[in-house]
Design a protein. Structure first.
Length: 389
């Protein structure tokens, strides 16, 4: 991933242009500096007292645009969800938008904040009508298999819920009814936003509220799709699926492993319409633009929880759910640490002295650049392949 940004001056070339958001410059600068002395260094010495071995460990960026840091955050989130989610049947659904509206959400990213809530309302409404409280968690994705701009919502819901007496009852959802309410929710939400939006070039012909209403009420016709997977025995499958994308870049390093710093690169994706694998070739600059456009705004929550999983009520209702399902109350999830993950993956203890086998001891730290300093020196960082501590 770093090679994609640094080769041929690709990222410095984008920086010299215009149109990049501040969070894109900040995130990529942090990602390129991750694991180098630019972010600071920890100084470790051998604890045996007579061994001269010294080890330097460079700080990481903890950024969602970084594939290395995203691995730890993903594994920690997945471990928490596996431990926390009730052991019952689950549905997984995908709520999509017509492509006519995609540019609108691209130029008005604040609109993305409501999509998970509008999608979850479909299932919460159906559950309320049956007197049940269900659990849901959703994730917003802004990219498709081709890394193009394609905002949509992934939503997982329990196939049942608690009634007023604390009894667990099964529940099914009507796909056509969900689609109608999804269309109604999104259209009403967009109609309320008139006068507060930046219209993209594709919608420059919209000059008055009547034109806006006509666009919103006819966009996509009846082709607002909701995809529902088969019911699964538990939520683990969905957690594993979403975990691959939520806290990491939209494309994995393995799909870019063949890149040799050339002017173009290609990747393979599954075309849902034909159910065949297709290959797409892009210039380096186009690939960089596709990757960085999916970096979320700062503090934007990609994952949302609803129903009895909502943060404000989960402490009250989750114990009731465990009791209704005859589950043992789960204990706290162990926290993941770098040394633990490195030892499991490489079978090597990173804090073991390579000379005598004693334990390395932290002795000092050298501070690095702040985020503001990284952005200020973004051009210099972008041109660096690596920096030795």
């Amino acid at each position: 991933m770093k090679n994609l940004f640094t080769a041929n001056g690709g990222w410095p070339g984008l920086l010299e242009g215009s149109g990049l958001r501040h969070i894109e410059v900040e995130s990529v600068s942090k990602m390129l500096a991750s694991g180098t002395s630019i972010l600071g260094v920890k100084h470790c010495t051998c604890g045996s007292g007579h061994c001269p071995h010294v080890k330097y460990r460079c700080n990481t960026c903890h950024c969602r645009a970084c594939p290395s840091c995203g691995k730890k955050a993903t594994d920690q989130w997945m471990a928490v969800q596996h431990n926390r989610l009730p052991d019952c049947a689950w549905y997984h659904l995908v709520f999509t938008l017509p492509d006519t509206l995609w540019p609108l959400f691209f130029h008005n990213r604040a609109l993305l904040d409501a999509l998970c809530r509008l999608a979850a309302d479909n299932l919460l409404y159906a559950a309320r009508r049956r007197g049940l409280r269900i659990g849901l968690f959703g994730a917003l994705h802004t990219y498709g298999r081709r890394l193009n701009w394609h905002p949509h919502v992934h939503l997982s819901a329990t196939a049942g819920g608690l009634d007023g007496q604390g009894v667990w009852k099964n529940l099914a959802f009507h796909e056509k009814a969900m689609r109608r309410r999804w269309m109604w929710n999104v259209r009403n939400y967009l109609l309320e936003q008139w006068g507060q939006l930046v219209l993209p070039p594709e919608l420059a012909h919209i000059t008055c509220e009547s034109d806006w209403r006509r666009l919103v009420l006819t966009a996509g016709g009846q082709h607002w799709h909701i995809y529902r997977s088969k019911k699964t025995e538990n939520g683990r499958k969905t957690v594993n699926y979403l975990g691959r994308y939520l806290k990491k870049p939209p494309i994995s390093g393995s799909r870019l492993a063949h890149y040799t710093s050339g002017a173009t690169l290609s990747f393979t994706y599954l075309d849902h319409r034909t159910q065949t694998y297709q290959q797409e070739s892009l210039s380096q600059a186009d690939m960089l633009r596709r990757v960085v456009q999916h970096i979320p705004q700062k503090h934007f929550r990609m994952i949302r929880y609803f129903g009895f999983l909502a943060n404000r009520v989960c402490g009250k209702y989750l114990p009731q759910v465990y009791e209704a399902l005859k589950m043992a109350k789960p204990g706290p999830t162990p926290k993941l640490y770098f040394a633990q993950m490195a030892k499991a993956f490489l079978n090597v203890d990173p804090f073991s002295c390579v000379l005598c086998g004693a334990r390395m001891v932290y002795t000092a730290a050298i501070s690095g650049l702040t985020v503001k300093g990284l952005v200020t020196h973004a051009h210099a960082i972008a041109r660096m392949r690596y920096v030795r501590a």
